[in-house]
Write a protein that binds this ligand. Structure first.
Ligand SMILES: Cc1cc2nc3c(=O)[nH]c(=O)nc-3n(C[C@H](O)[C@H](O)[C@H](O)COP(=O)(O)O)c2cc1C
Length: 407
């Protein structure tokens, strides 16, 4: 009988092989770590961040080392993970049209959002409970973002407070808000984030209908650890300092019983001093409503990394209709499946002002803490800069729709 750890590793490998064999996932989301093309180069997982050749190298590490329940929660999409896979596949439906013989010695990758310049279009998407991946959690992400000045969006479900993360980042973060069904609670969270310096609030709207995370549930069944030392059933939000003091009934309300609609958004708008964006937009109609009648300052095209509704469309394919509906009135950001500099280039060409990554920096963090997140950002920045050079563009403003073609 193998010992427990070996047995669990065998189960995990079998399970991943099973998932990789599913027709939807073949070679896409989990099985090959998400590399879309080419053979998955079977090599031992890397031992330090400097050895990583691409962001998938970090995924290979956490696939072996992260507790199964945490890995499954992070990796999971909804239902059969189809939207998760389609986020990646969507990029293959667009091709880059390069221009040659351009002097690309000097390339400027910076973008401007609400009057502030950021050296890179990559932002860290809000990811809840990052202490699940590394004890330093959001602080590790903040310190890594600080190195080259990346924008960080902090989740309501953060494992560290907005005050501590702001200090670690060395400046304000954008603050992501779950509506929690109560305008008073939302206002209190906004006031706390604003007091910490956050001048941009991001309201996530794509979990209001509930979700079905089967992969997460299957992995959790393989986890034999005692989870109650961290997940205290008496105090389910004890590890979430931003909502720890709230009435648990309110803190938990994000599903279909939550009365959140456009009227809620308009009333919230009135109590946000700075900018208010919504995250989770996938249609031109919602985008037009957001920047029109609702008076919002921007939208983020997102399907929660394929872990909210099962729409069957990758976010890169929803981006063009949103950009068209917004019509230049406000910035449009996008996330979902960004793993390569070429993915970023395509999104910017289709009209995105910036892109966010979720899982890639979690892989880096789970593997090597802050150093892993730093290396993930470094790799994606380098790939993006190289893609700009290869396409013959020297500034982000110059990346227009003529640089991509639908295949
Ligand atoms: C483990 C995990 C936790 C997440 N938590 C949040 C959250 O608290 N708030 C939120 O708005 N989005 C959350 N997201 C969604 C991300 O902000 C982002 O939309 C998504 O990860 C982008 O896709 P990608 O992981 O393929 O890069 C989470 C995603 C993951 C993977």
């Amino acid at each position: 009988m193998p010992d427990n750890a070996v047995f669990r590793a065998l189960c995990r490998r079998r399970f991943l092989q099973f998932l990789a064999g599913s027709p939807v996932l073949a070679g896409a989301a989990l099985g090959a770590g998400g590399r879309t093309f080419g053979a998955y180069q079977a090599a031992p997982p890397i031992g330090n961040p400097g050895d990583a050749l691409d962001v998938f190298d970090f995924e290979a590490v956490v696939r072996e080392t992260m507790p199964p329940a945490h890995y499954g929660y992070m990796a999971s999409g909804s239902d059969d993970d189809a939207s998760l896979a389609l986020n990646r596949e969507g990029f293959a439906r667009y091709a880059i049209r390069p221009r040659r013989l351009v002097d690309v010695r000097q390339v400027d990758t910076s973008v401007t959002l609400f009057g502030r310049r950021w050296p890179s279009p990559i932002t860290l998407a809000p990811v809840g409970g990052q202490r699940m991946f590394h004890p330093d959690g959001e602080l590790a992400a903040a310190r890594a973002a600080r190195v080259d000045g990346h924008l960080q969006i902090l989740s309501t479900m953060s494992g560290h407070s907005v005050e501590d993360v702001t200090e670690a980042r060395g400046g304000p973060v954008w603050y992501q808000l779950y509506p929690q069904g109560s305008l008073e609670v939302a206002r209190a969270l906004v006031a706390r984030a604003e007091a910490a310096g956050s001048s941009v609030i991001v309201l996530t709207i794509d979990l209001l209908a509930g979700r079905n995370m089967q992969t997460s549930a299957r992995f959790a069944r393989m986890d034999t650890r005692n989870c109650e030392s961290c997940h205290d059933p008496e105090n389910p939000f004890g590890m979430k300092p931003m909502i720890a003091g709230l009435d648990p009934d309110v803190a938990a309300t994000m599903g279909p019983n939550t009365a959140v609609d456009w009227d809620f958004v308009r009333r919230l708008r009135d109590s946000v001093r700075g900018r208010l964006l919504i995250k989770g937009v996938e249609s031109g109609e919602d985008a037009a409503m957001a920047v029109g009648d609702a008076g919002l300052d921007g939208v983020i095209v997102s399907n929660h990394g394929g872990r909210a509704a099962q729409t069957g469309r990758g976010t890169i394919e929803a981006l063009p209709e949103v950009v068209e509906a917004v019509g230049g009135r406000a910035p449009v950001l996008v996330d979902g499946g960004f793993r390569r500099g070429t993915d970023m280039f395509k999104a910017l060409a289709l009209g995105a002002a910036a892109v966010s990554i979720g899982r890639p920096y979690v892989w880096g963090m789970g593997a090597f803490g802050q150093a892993g997140v730093e290396r993930v950002l470094e790799i994606m920045d380098a790939e993006f800069r190289r893609t700009m050079r290869q396409a013959g563009v020297t500034s982000v403003d110059g990346i227009d729709p003529s640089y991509v073609v639908r295949r």
